[in-house]
Ligand binder design. Structure first.
Ligand code: 8YV
Length: 330
């Protein structure tokens, strides 16, 4: 066994990028996507100096109790609701995410989902594949134009702003709600207007959710919020499943009190609420908003940069570029 520090990567990623760790670390990478139990994960973390993990890996005090050598947990994702940051900080362990490198990719995907559900692309494709297309009907598959309609954004971080920037090409006014309004210059740059949550719910024709999952945002969109939306409106979620009450959403969609939804994330994923699977006015995808070749590579490279930097290597030596708890470096 070499005396290099050890790094474990919990999921298959890009070997060519991971190879940058090899001069400095003993690297082990899981060859397959596995959902580890809490005890399995704790056993995997024990003896590692660094780990690169994903949303499926929930890491808190119990998982790190035996990980006495661990110095950094690099998360492959901008959202880090899988990490207990307080527990990691208390143990002096750094945590990092993949902020910024996925903004444009996720914004593109949110727009693709919005256009897809507005124009009923998923339902039409299913119908065509099922062999139902025998004549082209002028009045079939009528969707909804997005031009001129109001785009609402709940959560106006960097991804929300990337989404807003795209709206001018579609002639859509943008409203947003956030914990606090953006600085005026940023607001002007994305041509968006701050409103309270009620107004956002009432006035949005398309409401996009781009906020992190926290105890405050869990079920931020539940039955009472859905009841305030226009029956012609559509909801797009590329953030986290727990933000929406999926059971309540399925009810309003079934009763056509909401026109449609496009969901990339689900409460309890990879399980999907069975009532959602029954509906034609929903576009569903398996948490792939950041899944482009370029972006998943960039996310991997950023996780590697964070690990290298913490151990004093690479261009960011000593300063992991997207550290979440810089206090541990002090
Ligand atoms: C996932 C995401 O990380 O960045 C996030 O917060 O949810 C995604 O990019 C991705 O699915 C990899 O697991």
């Amino acid at each position: 066994m070499s005396d290099k520090p050890r790094v474990w990567i919990s999921r298959p990623t890009f070997p060519g990028i991971i190879a940058r760790l090899e001069p400095h670390f003993e690297v082990t990478a899981e060859p397959e996507e596995v959902k580890f139990s809490r005890t399995e994960l704790a056993a995997k973390l024990a003896g590692q100096d660094a780990v690169i993990v994903g949303l499926k890996d929930r890491i808190g005090a119990a998982e790190i109790a035996a990980a006495t050598r661990l110095r950094i947990v690099a998360n492959l994702g901008v959202g880090y609701d899988n990490l207990d940051l307080d527990a990691l900080s208390a143990a002096g362990i750094a945590a990092s995410n993949t902020a910024d490198v996925l903004n444009e990719s996720v914004a593109d995907y949110a727009w693709a989902m919005m256009l897809g559900v507005a124009r009923r692309m998923n339902a039409a494709e299913r119908w065509l594949r099922a062999g139902h297309w025998h004549a082209t009907e002028f009045k079939a598959w009528l969707g909804m134009d997005v031009r001129g309609r109001t785009l609402g954004i709940l959560g106006m971080g960097r991804i929300g702003q990337a989404i807003a920037h795209r709206a001018s090409g579609f002639g859509m006014p943008v409203l947003y709600h956030n914990r606090s309004p953006l600085p005026e210059a940023d607001e002007r740059a994305c041509n968006a207007r701050y409103v309270d949550k009620q107004q956002l719910l009432r006035e949005s024709d398309f409401l996009m959710l781009v906020l992190p999952l926290t105890t405050q945002t869990r079920h931020a969109i539940g039955a009472p919020e859905l009841a305030q939306m226009k029956p012609t409106a559509m909801l797009i979620n590329v953030a986290r499943g727990g933000i929406v009450d999926d059971a309540a959403l399925a009810v309003v969609l079934r009763e056509r009190r909401l026109a449609g939804a496009a969901l990339d994330v689900f409460e309890g994923e990879p399980a999907v609420h069975p009532a959602l699977l029954e509906l034609d006015n929903v576009l569903l995808s398996p948490h792939i908003a950041s899944a482009s070749q370029e972006t998943r590579r960039a996310m991997t490279a950023l996780a590697v940069d964070n690990v290298l930097a913490l151990f004093g290597h690479g261009p960011h030596a000593g300063r992991p570029p997207t550290i979440l708890n810089p206090n541990v470096l002090a």
